[in-house]
Design a binder for this molecule. Structure first.
Ligand SMILES: N[C@@H](CCC(=O)N[C@@H](CS)C(=O)NCC(=O)O)C(=O)O
Length: 231
């Protein structure tokens, strides 16, 4: 059974959704990142980057155990293991990897920085909020244009590129986005949100989701000196 070291965040949900879609059996090991559990030695042994998600599959390639971090690499691994959610034909396969990289290098980091400066930074820095807010809007426009011409990100079929991107486009109001302004994105979002495996995937660890404003301990663990200690 695959071990999933995770927490209910967009990057965690990517892996929960993929596992549900693929019907692979898994066991979640919660890593409370606000509580500092990402710095525990057993987690650092899997991911020196101390970020969720990470997986350990005792039945990896050639029947040998494999551990992986970085959600994009995990999605590629799971899709290839199951032989689903990654197109077989070369053109669609590269399109899938392209949109997966667009999420990993663009949507995730930019939306994440926007969340940080708009919701968590102790000082409200207008330049940073505007800079990342503009990037959030620009990336929505890129997606809108593409999804106006294509059913899913990699073409006619749902793939890991969609699974990587969807969790970051949930709750658009938190980023000042109204999906009425992006009708193709809304069509794509609603189609994915209603998939039974997606409903199950985003429910994983839902009872552990943080509510209310960030505490001092969470702030220290996520953004303070502990992040930058030499390990
Ligand atoms: N590029 C990484 C990003 C992972 C990431 O940023 N994870 C966050 C939660 S969404 C985390 O674990 N944060 C804990 C920390 O900053 O110490 C991936 O896609 O797996």
């Amino acid at each position: 059974m695959i071990e999933v070291w995770s927490w209910p965040t967009p990057n965690g949900h990517k892996v929960h959704i993929a596992l549900e879609e693929l019907g692979l059996s898994y066991r979640v090991i919660p890593v409370n990142i606000g509580g500092g559990e990402q710095f525990r030695p057993e987690f650092l042994a899997i991911t020196p980057n101390h970020r969720i998600p990470a997986i350990v599959d005792p039945d990896g390639p050639g029947g040998q155990k494999i551990s992986l971090f970085e959600s994009g690499a995990i999605l590629i691994y799971l899709a290839e293991k199951a032989g689903q959610l990654i197109p077989a034909g070369p053109h669609q396969r590269y399109a899938c990897l392209q949109w997966l990289m667009f999420q990993m290098g663009g949507v995730g980091p930019m939306f994440g920085q926007y969340n940080h400066f708009a919701a968590y930074a102790p000082e409200k820095l207008p330049y940073a909020i505007e800079r990342y807010g503009n990037e959030v809007k620009r990336l929505h426009r890129v997606l809108e244009k593409h999804l106006g011409e294509s059913e899913y990100l990699a073409g006619p079929d749902y793939s890991i590129a969609d699974i990587a991107t969807f969790p970051w486009l949930r709750n658009p109001d938190r980023r000042g986005i109204d999906l009425a302004d992006y009708p193709a994105v809304r069509r794509w979002h609603d189609a994915i949100a209603s998939r039974p495996a997606v409903v199950r995937g985003v429910a994983v660890l839902a009872d552990r989701q943080r509510r209310g404003s960030i505490t001092d301990t969470e702030r220290e663990n996520l953004f303070g000196a502990r992040q930058f200690a030499t390990r």
